[in-house]
Design a binder for this molecule. Structure first.
Ligand SMILES: [Zn+2]
Length: 289
């Protein structure tokens, strides 16, 4: 954690920020990144700043990012929806990718686990404290890995790119990502949405195998495959916000939603940053907006 310098009342400037009626604490984290960025993680606003940077620039960066994220949370909170984990309940009927599944929760296991089969997702709660949503999301990501891999490969026939691994991520804070080695990650959330959004995100990420930036050439390439991409892109955030997440529950006034979960470092990319932080090797991704 970092303070904000010599100011006599530093915390006043970094007070909690409101997000869908809930006040989120602000945490400053120093990390091995080149560019600072702010995001929502585990029910907190997290501002990340580069470790290798002098105190003065850190303070300036923190102030700047804090101001930026407070404004964004007020003006377009829906763009932060993909930063939040999916929520699932015992007895809930879900239909990811049109597959009808009922969630069944059992307890008494040593370690928490979940599996998909015969129209059900059976989650066994263990003493390790993993919650239903976490276990079910993990099982679904595994279950749909083959499907998504096939989907990406089919689209890739038009691109002819050499791809690395293809992954479905349950905690991805963006809709999709493409690493410099063409490892493609797709947000599990897309399987709960209209197919056109999955098509768009897949084409977006595959286009990054040809054009690494969000340049005019990049958008022209997407337009070649998905002429109506502008509308889909606009609808994506709103559609994403209609999926059950912590924040929507919060709005309905149920239970304490922001349980402390260990931060998953590998999934900490986010919507706020404009460019991927360099110096993170494999984890460098092209963010998706
Ligand atoms: Zn992109």
């Amino acid at each position: 954690m970092l303070g904000i310098g010599n100011n006599k009342n530093p915390e006043a400037k970094l007070g909690p920020l409101e997000f869908y009626g809930k006040m989120l604490d602000v945490e400053i984290v120093e990390a091995k990144i080149r560019n600072g960025y702010a995001s929502i993680r585990n029910g907190k606003v997290v501002i990340r700043v580069p470790k290798r940077c002098n105190m003065r620039s850190k303070e300036r960066m923190i102030k700047e990012l804090y101001g930026k994220i407070s404004k964004s949370l007020k003006k377009k909170p829906e763009s932060f929806i993909s930063n939040l984990p999916l929520r699932f309940y015992n007895g809930e009927k879900i239909a990811p990718n049109g597959e009808k599944l009922t969630i069944e929760v059992r307890d008494g296991a040593m370690r928490g686990s979940a599996r998909v089969g015969n129209g059900r997702v059976i989650a066994r709660l263990g003493s390790d404290g993993k919650d239903v949503s976490d276990l079910v999301s993990k099982a679904l990501a595994r279950h749909f890995k083959g499907y998504v891999t096939g989907y990406v490969n089919t689209w890739n026939k038009r691109f002819g790119s050499e791809l690395g691994g293809i992954k479905v991520s349950r905690g991805l804070t963006v809709w999709g990502s493409c690493s410099p080695k063409n490892n493609i990650t797709i947000n599990l959330r897309l399987l709960f949405m209209d197919k056109k959004f999955l098509d768009y995100v897949v084409v977006h990420e595959l286009s990054h195998t040809k054009v690494r930036s969000h340049s005019k050439r990049f958008w022209t390439l997407i337009g070649k495959y998905i002429p109506e991409y502008r509308n889909i892109r606009r609808e994506l955030k709103v559609a994403g916000a209609s999926i059950s997440t912590e924040v929507l529950e919060q709005k309905q006034g149920t239970e304490n939603l922001y349980a402390n979960k260990p931060e998953r470092e590998s999934e900490s990319e986010n919507l706020e940053k404009k460019s991927a932080p360099a110096g993170e090797g494999q984890r460098t991704i092209f963010d998706f907006r």
